[in-house]
Design a protein around this ligand. Structure first.
Ligand SMILES: N[C@@H](CCC(=O)N[C@@H](CS)C(=O)NCC(=O)O)C(=O)O
Length: 209
């Protein structure tokens, strides 16, 4: 049994979607980051960076934070959603790191400046919106000749998709990125994604362009 500490955010949903996809039993525990739960002393023992998501795997008492590391851990534990063959495996790692280093932090800044603090810094709004558009362009180009980020659906897609599901917050029109839209809808149609999206609680339906 795995304990998942999470909230209704893209980084949290990566792990709940992954757990639903691989079918491992888990219990979700809400950490309400709007109320400061991420700073609670018990949670910080599990996640020393004070951020969700984090897991405790009671099979072997592995305690882990950082969504990218958790996705790789669950892929290795189950032998699912990460290619075994070296070339595809490293390509998957490459796109997973692209998400962790680019899509997550940059779109996170768009949420901060454009969605929640509009008008406070025109410079930051422009900078991060431009970077978001650039990253959407990179994603669209990759998906022009790939059904998924690598060959088959993998942890790279699972890491990226929940961030793209906030396209409305990012003021991005998916019609401007038709390959992203096709990929987004295909993943949104997966039952495990529909279930994982609503962990630890349902706020709204999965956004549909
Ligand atoms: N690199 C981390 C980022 C985690 C992260 O930024 N989590 C956010 C929610 S999506 C959080 O817990 N924020 C609370 C805070 O910053 O106080 C990961 O991928 O797990």
């Amino acid at each position: 049994m795995i304990d998942l500490y999470t909230w209704t955010t893209p980084n949290g949903r990566k792990v709940s979607i992954m757990l639903e996809e691989v079918g491992l039993p888990y219990t979700s525990h809400p950490i309400d980051i709007t109320k400061g739960d991420q700073h609670g002393p018990n949670f910080v023992k599990i996640s020393p960076n004070h951020k969700i998501p984090a897991i405790v795997d009671h099979d072997n008492e592995v305690v882990m934070m950082e969504s990218g590391a958790i996705l790789l851990y669950l892929a290795e534990k189950t032998g699912m959603l990460m290619p075994g063959e070296d070339k595809a495996r490293w390509r998957t790692m490459e796109w997973l790191m692209w998400q962790m280093g680019g899509i997550g932090p940059m779109l996170g800044q768009v949420h901060h400046f454009v969605r929640f603090n509009k008008g406070k810094s025109a410079y930051a709004e422009e900078r991060y919106l431009n970077e978001a558009k650039r990253l959407y362009g990179v994603l669209d180009a990759r998906l022009a000749d790939h059904e998924y980020l690598v060959d088959d659906y993998s942890v790279a897609d699972i890491a990226t998709w929940p961030w793209i599901s906030r396209f409305e917050w990012q003021t991005i029109d998916l019609d401007d990125h038709p390959n992203v839209k096709r990929w987004y809808l295909a993943i949104a149609g997966r039952p495990a994604v529909q279930r994982g999206y609503h962990v630890p609680k349902k706020l709204q339906e999965v956004p549909m362009p």
